[in-house]
Design a protein around this ligand. Sequence first.
Ligand SMILES: *[C@@H]1O[C@H](CO)[C@@H](O)[C@H](O)[C@H]1NC(C)=O
Ligand SMILES: *[C@@H]1O[C@H](CO)[C@@H](O)[C@H](O)[C@H]1NC(C)=O
Length: 433
Amino acid sequence: MTRPRPLLLALLSSVLLVVLTLALVLPSTIKFKPPQLIKFSTFQLQPLEITPPNPTPTAEPCSPPAKATRNPRADEEKSSEKPGPYHNWEHFNADYNEMMQNLKIYTYPDVHKKSSPFSNIFLPHPDAKKLGNYYSEHAFKTALLSSPLLTSLPEEAHFFYMPFSINLMRLDRRLHSAESIKKFVALYADRISSEFAFWNASGGADHLYVCCHSIGRDAASNHHGLRNSAIQVTCSSSYFQRLYVSHKDVTLPQVWPRPDLDRASTNPPDKRNKLVFFAGREQNARVREKLIALWGKDASMDVFSNNRSFPYEEGFRRSKYCLSVKGYEVNTARVSDAIHFGCIPVIISDYYDLPFTNVLDWSKFSIIINEEDIGILKKILLSISEETYLTMYDNLFLVRRHFSWHTPPRRFDSFYMTAYQLWLRRGLHRLSY
Ligand SMILES: *[C@@H]1O[C@H](CO)[C@@H](O)[C@H](O)[C@H]1NC(C)=O
Ligand SMILES: *[C@@H]1O[C@H](CO)[C@@H](O)[C@H](O)[C@H]1NC(C)=O
């Protein structure tokens, strides 16, 4: 009588085994599909219809500027549902105002120490605008030092800024290489944690450093706490890169310093007779090679490797759409340049963690295209209706203040938007000092 039992058990367990194996195998074959950006087939070309009600532009004193009316009848019909470029302006604005009243950032004193042999790495750069592509790293520092968020009382600080400049280390002959930058940064974090009580109180989790050169990604890798806990504020923010963690780190907008340009002096849509502008080196950039091979000879587009015959800025002025195509890194200053000049940014750079995505709805002022859809670039752009294009064009003027640095910082500029990202990461429990 006891015999059938083991048999039954054996049968049951083999059935279970098959079920378990299936359960394990099936999802894992599904899992292997890499996360995709929105494909063109699912790309919603009328994002106008699917958005929540308009962020009310009545919030004082910092509502987005009123939009110009183009087609009064269409505007009448749509006025109640015309989406702005924000996910939820009212919510963001209220939280932003709370940040302005409460956020405090402490900076380690090296930022003022002129006598140190490495003062060039720590002090604010005297002429940050000369630093072109890496300007944002320096602009953050000068803005912070002149902002009311700065506190000299570490006890009241939410965050601790480590003021070394990765970009200036690159230019310093004593450091220069990626290896010696790593060592320098690790030694600095060790020094901070032995001289001050603040690092150990959180294991570095409320500490931040800023870099706009991709070499900065590796800078923290020799120091456990700096790499795993501290907040990296970086231009090179790719979901697929080692040492960038999107929920811990913060994307710094890469901004080429340019003089302010008001809307009146921006080329209007009807003066933009080219569909697309792109100019940039192809080295190390498969996607750019493909772009130039496919579209370099199309007469409706200005697509060049390096041989354009007109000034760079002119390209942004005379086109409707301006491409930011992945080079060696996901980020380039072309996104903020496009916004600055009133050209809709087209981002072809898979897995780029775009700046301020939790506040800005990028689909309302940019086009994001999967790298593998580059062959249908023209089809995608031509299928965007005039109305959608004009709404996006208007939205560019609402978001451009977020892609501009000032010293002292101005409301909603790149500095305060970046600070807002820190604000959203505040509030950890710390040991007392
Ligand atoms: C912080 O912790 C490290 C490692 O335990 C220790 O060497 C250092 O002295 C501590 N710092 C302070 C300020 O107590
Ligand atoms: C620029 O170079 C590309 C590739 O070398 C070529 O196809 C294109 O015709 C050139 N354009 C101009 C304006 O010279």
